[in-house]
Design a protein around this ligand. Structure first.
Ligand code: HBI
Ligand code: FE
Length: 279
């Protein structure tokens, strides 16, 4: 998954021998996009995709939110690794978002600029067999299976665009550390109250077999009502299941609660952090 500060050295990943696939930052466009070459997905990758998909689909009922299940069913990913071009036709009609292929993690400013223009960066390469159960960085399965279905929900899609706009602004206000926590506890690890229980809408949960069961059913983690200030006060782990989750009442709540200017919040959180260092 993705931490607030860049956890990987992008510059070191430009010499992969399989140019055009994993981590190939040498052949991308200025906006870090790469073409999705469907012919690069071999039989072993297609088979791995099917097994990742089957394992995750079985776990969705009662754990994933309705919007995710509806979209994932409609997307028919069982026909094989999805073509971004095909999905884009349906997605443009629904929410005006476009999927773009990328070599992997992007610098924050590039990532935010894509979101602000309703382009969602999807990593083009699939994890290796030895990474079947867990991978720290985003791959095609995490990005596509975890993130893309939620882009079909209009209010969520609007929130994500606004997040990108907020990211571009936060960079000028030293607010990125705080704003990254909002991404983490919503887009990646968000829970939603639904049908009298909690359901997952965060991609980091939905693409992980272990965390999907844990986040929704375990008695161990703390589940707090969603609150922007509390979210921004809460550090996170990038390499283990979360110890805290924040629960939304609705996606309308998410859009409404993140509408105000965050500049006063950043100032307050920075002051709290300075006070904590002195104490
Ligand atoms: N790049 N491809 C990709 N995917 C992400 O989720 C991502 C990124 N770059 C930066 C980033 N996330 C984080 O800084 C988020 O906190 C915004
Ligand atoms: Fe992600």
């Amino acid at each position: 998954m993705v931490a607030g500060t860049q956890p990987f050295d992008i510059s070191a990943k430009t010499h992969d021998p399989r140019a055009g696939l994993r981590g190939d930052y040498a052949h991308m466009d200025a906006d870090y996009t790469v073409a999705q070459d469907m012919s690069r997905y071999d039989a072993a990758m297609q088979d791995r995709w099917q097994r990742l998909l089957a394992r995750q689909m079985r776990l969705l009922p009662g754990r994933a939110c309705r919007a995710f299940i509806e979209a994932v069913t409609m997307l028919e990913m069982r026909r094989g690794i999805p073509s971004f071009a095909e999905v884009n036709a349906a997605l443009a009609a629904r929410t005006g978002w476009t999927l773009v292929g990328v070599p992997g993690l992007l610098p924050d400013a590039v990532f935010f600029a894509h979101l602000a223009d309703r382009r969602f960066p999807v990593t083009v390469w699939l994890r290796e067999e030895h990474e079947f159960d867990y991978i720290v960085e985003p791959d095609l399965f995490h990005d596509f299976f975890g993130h893309v279905p939620m882009l079909f929900t209009p209010v969520y899609a609007d929130y994500l665009q606004r997040y990108g706009q907020g990211g571009l602004k936060a960079a000028t206000l030293s607010g990125l550390d705080w704003l990254a926590r909002l991404y983490w506890y919503t887009i990646e690890f968000g829970l939603l109250r639904e049908d009298g229980g909690v359901r997952a809408y965060g991609a980091g949960i939905l693409s992980s077999p272990k965390e999907l069961v844990y986040a929704v059913e375990s008695g161990v983690p703390v589940r707090l009502p969603f609150d922007v200030l509390e979210v921004m006060r809460t550090p996170y782990l990038i390499d283990d299941v979360q110890s805290q989750y924040f629960v939304l009442e609705s996606f309308e709540q998410l859009l409404a609660d993140t509408a105000p200017d965050f500049a006063p919040l950043y100032a307050r959180l920075s002051a709290e952090a300075r006070a904590a260092v002195k104490a």
